[in-house]
Design a protein around this ligand. Structure first.
Ligand code: PLP
Length: 372
């Protein structure tokens, strides 16, 4: 093996304004350079407790079972379904974008009978239509996406949806991957039973952990299962023994990622949730105004437009991939294209966490003006 063929890692620093990962504070990178300690070291256990406390703050919950799952957002999604579905259960999934589809695929792999309620990509659901759909059968759970990264739509009325879900005896599972830390996510006030997220979006930490929070109602469902959770790695009844008082070995926690998450959450707490939401909102508004001026207005109506991810509507005939390549090669700016039914029709511009800065908005808008 000629090792000299493999040169030093040399990656251009990019301005990450896509759907994730977002940019990461140098403080988080410094935390990641902290020496490793054992995953059962008392110092690491103290740090785990702090991470849980900080996660409860961002999820706005007192849920005891609030932990980072080892794995990206999809691991949190998988844990949120695998633990609460038993083979043959009826589940209802609200689909208005790509990640709703992924929820259906995952739920069916755990033996659920999946019923869908659908809206076109870019739309959101009314409380009444969800309520009607819940009345069709005795569902084990309703799963839906709070912030659809494929469309830029933010589902409103989660509290009312949670109330309807509970009236029908089901659990509400909510995907908060693109909302947590960027827009309000009020787990206890809304009555959400299970919510999961990812570290790499508005929390501004590298990808690798998936925060999850589980209500007492959902924990009761987990305790009453008749069958074993079909996924050993994500079985919360086992994982919680490591994160709970017993601290027994389950898997080796990714120490460095937990250092990173703790620092990223500390930054969130220092800024304060309200100020952070306000920053995301005002930078997004500045972007929206600039996009209007460029003649590529956001696709999603203002009423339920997501501040963390914007989808400008592109004119027909625009070689959008070429524009994105030019942004990357000439300005080091990453944005993403649409996919599924929105392929070629929109871009996906993320302003999340550390990326959500006035100077990034100005740079992107002036680069777009030049390139277009
Ligand atoms: N859910 C939503 C809404 C997402 O945007 C993503 C990722 O973009 C995921 C789930 C899956 O997360 P990951 O790619 O980190 O596994």
């Amino acid at each position: 093996m000629d090792a000299s063929r493999f040169r030093d890692l040399d990656v251009s620093p990019r301005i990450l304004l896509g759907p994730g990962p977002s940019m990461v504070s140098p403080r988080v990178f410094r935390a990641m350079a902290t020496p490793l300690i054992g995953h059962l070291d008392p110092d690491f256990i103290a740090l785990m407790k702090e991470i849980q406390e900080l996660l409860r703050y961002v999820f706005q919950t007192n849920n005891h079972l609030t932990i980072p799952i080892s794995g990206t957002g999809s691991a949190g999604m998988e844990a949120s379904l695998a633990n609460f579905i038993e083979p043959g259960d009826d589940v209802l999934i609200a689909v208005n974008g790509y990640f709703g589809e992924r929820l259906c695929d995952m739920a069916s792999r755990y033996g659920a009978n999946v019923d869908r309620i659908e809206r076109a990509w870019g739309e959101v659901f009314e409380v009444d239509e969800i309520g009607k759909a819940l009345g069709r059968k005795r569902y084990r759970l309703l799963a839906m996406v709070h912030a659809e990264t494929s469309t830029g739509a933010l589902q409103p009325h989660v509290k009312e949806i949670a109330e309807a879900t509970h009236r029908h005896g089901a659990l509400l599972v909510l995907d908060t991957v693109t909302s947590l830390g960027g827009v309000p996510v009020k787990i206890d006030e809304w009555g959400v039973d299970v919510a999961y997220s990812g570290t790499q979006k508005a929390l501004s930490c590298p990808p690798g952990l998936s925060p999850i929070t589980v209500s007492e109602r959902a924990r009761e469902v987990l305790r009453k299962r008749k069958t074993k959770v079909a996924n050993w790695y994500l079985d919360l009844s086992l994982v919680e023994k490591y994160w709970g008082d017993e601290r027994t070995y389950h898997h080796t926690a990714p120490i460095t990622m937990n250092y990173a998450l703790r620092e990223a959450l500390r930054i969130v707490a220092e800024e304060g949730l309200e100020k952070r939401f306000e920053r995301h909102r005002s930078n997004a508004e500045m972007l929206w105004a600039g996009l209007e001026e460029l003649g590529i207005p956001p696709m999603v109506p203002l009423e339920y437009r997501l501040p963390t991810l914007t989808t400008p509507k592109l004119p027909e005939g625009l070689d959008e991939a070429k524009v994105r390549r030019m942004l990357l090669n000439e300005y080091n700016i990453e944005i993403a294209g649409g996919f599924g039914p929105l392929k070629g029709k929109v871009w996906r511009i993320g302003l999340m966490g550390f990326s959500s800065r006035k100077e990034n908005v100005l740079l992107l808008l002036s680069a777009l003006k030049e390139v277009l």
